[in-house]
Design a protein around this ligand. Sequence first.
Ligand code: SAH
Ligand code: SF4
Ligand code: F3S
Length: 453
Amino acid sequence: MTKKLYISTYGCQMNVYDSARMADILSPLGYSLTQEPANADMAILNTCHIREKASEKTFSELGRLRNLRKAKEEKGKGDMLIAVAGCVAQAEGDEIMKRAPYVNMVFGPQSYHKLPEMLAEATRGAGQVLDTDFPVEPKFDHLPDEAIDTNLSAFLTVQEGCDKFCAFCVVPYTRGAEFSRTTADIISEAKRMIDGGTREITLLGQNVNAYHGLKDDGKSASLAELIYMLSELDGLQRLRYTTSHPLEMTEELCQAHRDVDILMPYLHLPVQAGSDKILEAMNRRHTGDEYRRIIEKLRKYRPDLALSGDFIVGFPGETDADFEDTLQLVRDVKYAQAYSFKYSPRPGTPAAGLADQMIPEEVKSERLARLQALLNEQQLEFNRTFEGKTIPVLLEREGKREGQLVGRSPYMQSVFVQSPAHRIGRIANIIVEEGNANSLRGRIDTGSAQDVA
Ligand code: SAH
Ligand code: SF4
Ligand code: F3S
């Protein structure tokens, strides 16, 4: 008998990858995925702890699941197991057990490969099961081999954890120390994905460019080396990686952007702030000018490289002048896209201890609005430069409108076209007709020979 599994995923792409692996692990136990929590036999919340708002969602979502479980039981449709996974589970496991005693299982990002055992324990009625250890044996050794992500564009975790300890960030505590998978492991997972139909792979890591996994010869490979290895795989058409730290943007990796044709001309390289004083207080370990020089070097090798970033406004001690430095850096770099956030104090992080330097909420809001206005302007400007150009677009899925397909440009833009569905999976040449704030609209270049990939 098949059982229904509902997974709700918050946070970063690593959580998306982890949720897919949890589904893989539970599939041999008879669980198949459902989008509908009401009838689920098991519900997993895969949580994010990065900012307070993200974290708070956990408890409101849990309340909702508890009601759905009650309703299901009352209808005589059996119980619903409730599990909390991810970074809130890691950081606040005990708290969750206390505040939500009806939760059956709580486990962190490094122990979900033990789901079958935890599930057995929970269904034996052994009470709540908590597992937030960082195991000696990495979970990747225990993930099922047959797991295949059949998405056209798929994530592949190559590195996990972070040793950088930026003063604001919980990730080093929730994901643990940096760990890199072996190249053999990654290549075999990539091959399985490609066999399953994947055409574009995004290599994932909290600090992906710090990757240093072992090769077959026992020496360690850099991310650039791994990219060269993967670029040899038949059938793989596009490669990306995220998220990178400026300190690890080596010469070799910058050159890969020139030399590897399937490496897409898009890079997410967070800088967080433009003021050297704030960068130092954040423990980012580089200056604004050092970041500018990295961008220059990258653009020398790959002039059309599109850049994306993350920004935090209102870090403790940020003055108006410091914030102006952030705006100036954004003007200098010119981003194709970016994410920006108000600083959110996180328990246990060094910056949370700077209570006397906290920035008032309204100042943060005002700065965020100004920064976002500038970033949006740059994004629109970037998208408009494509009007009239022809670009290769990986057509991924049907759009909301009749006869519409949605794809991705090399520069990560969403592209909307009118086209029959049989083109899904192809890389088609698209003539861009309109560059909008968040997407491009175009038509298939029917005279083009490339519409066969
Ligand atoms: N590993 C990545 C991303 C970490 S989390 C990196 O090194 O950049 C994603 C983004 O969330 C960060 O880049 C940062 O901009 C933001 N962020 C992290 N902690 C935050 C906090 N306490 N308050 C506000 N934003 C935060
Ligand atoms: Fe967090 Fe900094 Fe590590 Fe990124 S590099 S995950 S922001 S500690
Ligand atoms: Fe959130 Fe954890 Fe990712 S805190 S951003 S889910 S690493």
